[in-house]
Write a protein that binds this ligand. Structure first.
Ligand code: NAI
Ligand code: A1CAB
Length: 255
């Protein structure tokens, strides 16, 4: 049995990714917030909903997916039942030290998933407390594996991994939206413009992952001499696209 506290954007995305990719819904129990969002999701996906944190006592692994404002009170309630469990917090502002401070001698991890977990194509960075054994890590990996990649990173890099992989789906969505706007400006209907932009993003990501070439060389393959693409790349540079992306990451990092 595994448990979740919070089933909002990221909690709901992980739960959805798990169940849609074959994890047994009968093995998932969720304590949601005050809205009916969790019970609506449970109706679609078939997991069990409980009202109190202590009702998660049968869970071996508990994922915390509440925001910073609710973390303290959740940890206070969780402390009563946490001693024999693995606790994994998605809360951005959490840290292994903070979780340990509130939960005492409990094995804890801090993880930052991204929303593509919902379709089994996520990228999650994770940092474990020192007392996590290889077997414990395997247990967490065997769960998160249903949602995509899980990569252990040193804690001082978890924040930037969380920005590069966790915030950036929103950045890419803005790019896809802008590309589709441009297509519409040049006469495409909106549906076809989105299909083209999204299809390209999926394909270019897959090619970048599978190719032996790095993305710079892949770009070179598209830019025919004297062709249209290099004019577009030059315009991106002229309008500061690369710098805008770096500044977006800086902004996300500097809260
Ligand atoms: N949205 C994302 O892509 C990602 C978010 N995160 C982190 O996850 C945390 C949550 O973010 P979101 O899911 O976007 O926010 P959200 O507001 O969509 O979800 C938080 C959920 O927690 C529930 N909640 C609040 N208090 C609760 C309690 N005491 N017991 C049970 N449930 C409770 C709320 O009802 C809400 O549904 C944040 O700290 C964020 O930094 C981390 C990685 C990615
Ligand atoms: O916007 C946020 O704070 C969270 C962290 C990673 C993605 N979303």
């Amino acid at each position: 049995m595994i448990g979740f506290i919070g089933a909002g954007s990221i909690g709901g995305a992980v739960i959805t990714g798990l169940i849609k990719n074959g994890y047994d819904a009968d093995e998932i129990v969720v304590k949601g917030g005050h809205s009916n969002r969790t019970s609506l999701l449970a109706e679609q996906l078939g997991f069990k909903v409980v009202k109190k944190v202590k009702q998660l006592d049968d869970a071996e692994v508990i994922f915390i997916a509440v925001g910073a404002n609710a973390l303290e009170s959740v940890l206070t309630e969780l402390k009563e039942i946490a001693s024999d469990k693995l606790i994994v917090a998605f809360t951005g502002s959490a840290s292994v030290a903070l979780l340990k401070q509130d939960l005492g001698k409990v094995k804890v991890a801090h993880a930052i998933p991204n929303t593509p977990v919902k379709v089994g194509a996520g990228f999650t960075g994770i940092t474990y407390s020192d007392d996590f054994t290889d077997e414990d890590k395997k247990k967490v990996a065997s769960i998160m594996g249903y949602t995509g990649q899980l990569v252990e990173v040193p804690e001082d890099q978890l924040g930037i991994i969380g920005t590069v992989a966790g915030c950036s789906p929103a950045f890419l969505d803005v790019f896809i939206e802008a590309l589709s706007d441009a297509g519409v400006k040049h006469g495409l209907n909106r549906k076809l413009a989105y299909e083209a932009a999204i299809g390209m993003a999926i394909g270019a990501g897959k090619l970048a992952k599978q190719s032996d070439l790095n993305v710079s060389a892949l770009k070179d393959e598209v830019t025919s001499p004297g062709g249209s693409t290099i004019r577009g790349v030059a315009a991106l540079e002229e309008y500061g696209f690369r710098n805008a992306v770096i500044k977006a990451v800086d902004a996300a990092e500097n809260d």
